[in-house]
Design a protein around this ligand. Structure first.
Ligand SMILES: Cc1cc2nc3c(=O)[nH]c(=O)nc-3n(C[C@H](O)[C@H](O)[C@H](O)COP(=O)(O)O)c2cc1C
Length: 224
């Protein structure tokens, strides 16, 4: 029997319709939980509970994607020597960014974050999740297009950040620029492009974060 005979092309949707008050309570609780997510740049070296990243990565992999191509690869780096090499390469690029490539406008935008070219967290965080975008697939030597890969991988990363936060972990969305060194150090194939570098772990004791204001509802919505 072929695979298509074994698996029906459509299956019933698993969907539970909730009472309005329960929906509102869930929406509020989720909003409040997400409001506490912050980008963390000071990590403790403590190891992560067994199996936790796997759950969060599966949550990321449940994101919608253009034509269901699932155009993402998550490389989890825990090896100390590899993390050190990533830190050194990232800092080299970031030094050039902060001294040569950065515009005055960009420098001004980054000022409230207090960031600079030093990235010790890349070595200290117990895990780095390096997300790659699969521009296309290679099947039997033929190129197969993936669709809306930026949007799809962005969504998967959003799911991942929310899952990590929900699991009780801190993370940073990091984009050392440019990121080609990640393809080289992690020996990724030509069809994969580095997308984000996400250090994951527990915040260091006494960790501080920039005092940022988030836009309120009427600044981010238009209702018609
Ligand atoms: C696409 C993207 C790229 C980012 N790149 C960096 C980065 O390279 N370094 C860094 O320290 N933070 C980076 N951030 C984190 C932002 O600075 C942070 O999300 C923003 O200041 C809001 O803070 P919050 O995440 O704590 O709400 C990035 C965020 C996004 C979404």
């Amino acid at each position: 029997m072929s695979q298509s005979q074994l698996e029906p092309p459509f299956v019933p949707l698993a969907f539970e319709r909730l009472a309005p008050e329960q929906m509102l309570a869930r929406a509020r609780a989720w909003r409040e939980e997400l409001a506490h997510r912050r980008s963390v740049r000071h990590f403790a070296p403590d190891p992560l509970p067994e199996g936790l990243l796997e759950e969060c990565l599966l949550a990321a992999g449940s994101a919608p994607s253009g034509a269901h191509r699932q155009p993402w690869t998550f490389v989890v780096v825990r090896d100390a020597e590899l993390k050190r090499r990533i830190r050194l390469a990232a800092e080299e690029e970031e030094r050039k960014l902060y001294t040569e490539r950065i515009s005055d406008e960009w420098r001004e935008a980054l000022a409230p974050l207090g960031t600079d070219a030093n990235k010790p967290f890349l070595e200290i965080a117990p895990a780095l999740i390096v997300v790659f975008r699969r521009a296309h697939e290679l099947e039997d030597g033929q190129k197969r297009t993936n669709y809306y890969t930026q949007e799809s991988v962005g969504l998967a990363c959003g799911f991942l950040l929310a899952a990590l936060h929900h699991a009780g972990l801190a993370s940073l969305t990091h984009t050392p620029s440019p990121m080609a060194f990640l393809s080289e150090l992690l020996e990724r194939p030509d069809n994969e492009r580095p997308f984000l570098l996400i250090p994951v772990g527990y915040p260091a004791a006494g960790c501080e974060v920039p005092n940022l204001r988030r836009k309120v509802l009427n600044e981010i919505t238009v209702w018609r």
